[in-house]
Structures are given as C-alpha cells and as structure tokens.
Design a protein around this ligand. Structure first.
Ligand code: KG4
Ligand code: ZN
Length: 331
C-alpha cells in the first residue's frame, strides 16, 4: 500500500502554519507565516489582530504546504488541527479551515492538543524520545514538567503557578526596550553581559512547580531603581536566574524518576544558554538530552501532524471544538 501522510494545521497563537508529515516523523513540507511584525508594536500578541491575520493567511499557507510536499489529497490519511490550548479566535480559524477541508474531501479531521505537538516536536526528522522520559516544555504560554512513558501514559509533574518562562522573557525584554518577541533578543544580549545582579529564584528546591512572576517583577523594580544599569548585565542576570530554576527542577525530576532521557521543547528551548546548561546537567546525570533542532522548538504545524499519528494509532478522535485550556495529559 502506498505511504500516507498527515496534513497538519496550526493557528493557536500568532503563527499560521501548515505541514505534511509521515508517520515516522519525516517532514515533506512545513510552512510558517509569522505575525511577529504585526504584534511588535504592542509588545505582545494582540488577540484580535492575530485572528484577522490567520483568516488572511490560512488558505495560502495550507496550499503552500501541500504544493511544497507534492502530495495530493489521495495521499493523505487525515487532516490534523490544533484544538487547544490557545487563543479562542485564533484556534477557531484553523479549526474552521480544517473542518471545511475535511468535509469537502470526506476525510477525518483530528483535533490535536498543542502541548502534545510540542512534545512530539522532538521526534521530527528523527526519533529522539526514548521512554521513560522527563519532558520540560517551556513556551510562551506554558512551563510544564511531565513524565512520558507512552502517548497514553503521560503524568504531569509540575506546571507554572503564574507566568510561563517565555512570558517572563518577553516581559523582561519589554522592560529593557528590546521589542517583541523578546526571548531571542534577551538570550542574545545576555551573552554580552555579566550575571552579577542576584535576582530571586522562585520555588527553587520547592517541588516541581514553577513561578516566574516574582522574577519578572524583581527585574522591573531593579530597572526602575537603577535606570543607568548596564542592560546586558540585567539580561545576563535574568537569564541566569531562569536557567537556575529550570535546570534545578529538571535535576530534581531526573533524580526522582531516573529516566532514559530528558526532552526539552517549546520556544524557550531555542535558548542557547538553556541548551548548554541542560547538556551539562544530563552529562552529570548520565541521561540522554533530546532536543529538537531549533526550528522545531517554536510553533509549527509539523509537530501537530506528527502528534496526530499517535491519535490515529490509538483511535482517539476528540470533538472538533476549541479549548482555551487543555492539560498535556489530555488528547
Ligand atoms: O513555543 P512558542 O513558539 O509559542 C508558544 O506556544 O507559546 O514559544 C514562544 C516563546 C516566546 O515567549 C519567545 O520569547 C520564546 O519562546 N523564545 C525564546 C527564544 N526563542 C523564542 N526564549 C528564550 N530564548 C530564545 N532563543
Ligand atoms: Zn506553542
């Protein structure tokens, strides 16, 4: 039988994306239409602007993914689309487009959990997840530690009590006037500074939950009290605090669970400094570090299509409805 592929569609936040992916994680195409330039003036994602931009971009993006992959609808096993978590208006555009295509093509449409997409991003191009695994998911919307034994055996170990790691990066970038998205700018600037300011490490050594709002506020207070302070030193000190917290939580999870590997996914996993710190940690712990290539760390539709293959194998087809909140343990 000829090989089949899944068409993935992603529109949960501010990127419109479509991709065609094989069951083994081979990527035939992946197209991402970024809205960064639209949201930059606001210093964050403006939901109404995001929904409107998705409407304009969704059909051309899907078309581009199909034509770049060179596949016809006869070669598709299903259409996968992010059903949550995310912004309601953004999610609806992708869901509506996928539902329409599915009806026209008489094809199954699978609503996929975006967080499971991030998790499976580590298996794009080549399989990197060796269960049992500890998963650190650090993105603009989430900071999650989970244990992964199989697609239907995921255990939540910890999550953020307030802001996500990515939100903290973005807000500190705004405080320092570095524009949006702030993560890459902070990460770059931090390399030029010295981490000599001692910012708090919230909840370090206290379980596996995270909290980043106090750290973000401490940076804002420091900047207002010391407006002449070297920005690179502030960025370096903030990144040092974040990395201490993230590696500290991972260390605790690795000691408690003795996994085969540590999987690190989500936009903040693109941080060079975080990657370096986790490499040292995994080396010491004798655990494999499984990282997706940088381009798969941030939002894309290839990860949604690959995650959808788990749904096909397990025969799980969630209701095609948007979910603003959706835990990683759910499908
Ligand atoms: O996974 P993602 O693309 O979107 C969500 O699902 O939220 O993550 C976006 C987040 C943003 O907060 C962005 O600032 C952060 O990832 N980010 C980074 C880097 N690149 C993106 N944070 C730190 N260092 C980076 N190099
Ligand atoms: Zn994401």
């Amino acid at each position: 039988m000829a090989e089949k592929f899944i068409l993935g569609v992603e529109s949960s936040c501010d990127d419109t994306a479509a991709a065609v992916v094989a069951e083994d994680g081979r990527i035939l195409s992946s197209v991402v239409a970024s809205q960064n330039a639209l949201h930059a003036p606001y210093g964050g994602v403006y939901p109404d602007v995001a929904s409107r931009a998705h409407i304009m971009a969704i059909v051309p993006t899907i078309r581009a993914a199909l034509s770049q992959a060179g596949v016809t609808k006869e070669q598709l096993a299903a259409i996968a689309v992010t059903r949550g978590p995310g912004l309601i208006g953004s999610l609806l555009v992708g869901l509506n487009a996928a539902a329409g295509l599915g009806a026209a093509w008489e094809m199954k449409v699978i609503g996929v959990n975006h967080l499971r997409g991030h998790l499976r991003s580590a298996d794009l191009d080549e399989a990197r997840i060796k269960p049992p695994a500890i998963v650190l998911l650090v993105s603009g919307g989430h900071s999650i530690l989970a244990r992964y034994d199989a697609a239907d055996r995921i255990t939540l170990l910890g999550s953020t009590k307030d802001d996500s790691a990515g939100e903290a990066y973005d807000k500190v970038a705004r405080t320092l006037g570095l524009g949006y998205p702030g993560g890459p700018a902070i990460d770059r600037m931090a390399l030029e500074g010295r981490p000599r300011i001692r910012f708090p490490r919230p909840l370090l050594n206290e379980g596996l939950d995270f909290s980043f709002s106090g750290l973000k506020t401490a940076v804002a207070r420091h900047v207002s009290l010391h407006p002449e302070e070297n920005k690179a030193d502030i960025a370096a000190s903030f990144v040092a605090a974040c990395i201490d917290v993230l590696t500290g939580k991972c260390r605790a999870a690795l000691h408690a669970h003795r996994p085969e590997c540590l999987v690190v996914v989500g936009g903040v996993a693109a941080s060079k400094q975080l990657r370096a710190a986790l490499a040292v940690l995994c080396d010491e712990a004798g655990v494999t570090l499984s990282l997706p290539p940088l381009m798969w760390s941030t939002d894309n539709a290839a990860m949604i299509a690959l995650a959808a293959w788990d749904y096909v194998r397990l025969g799980i087809y969630p209701k095609l409805q948007p979910e603003v909140r959706l835990p990683i343990t759910e499908f």
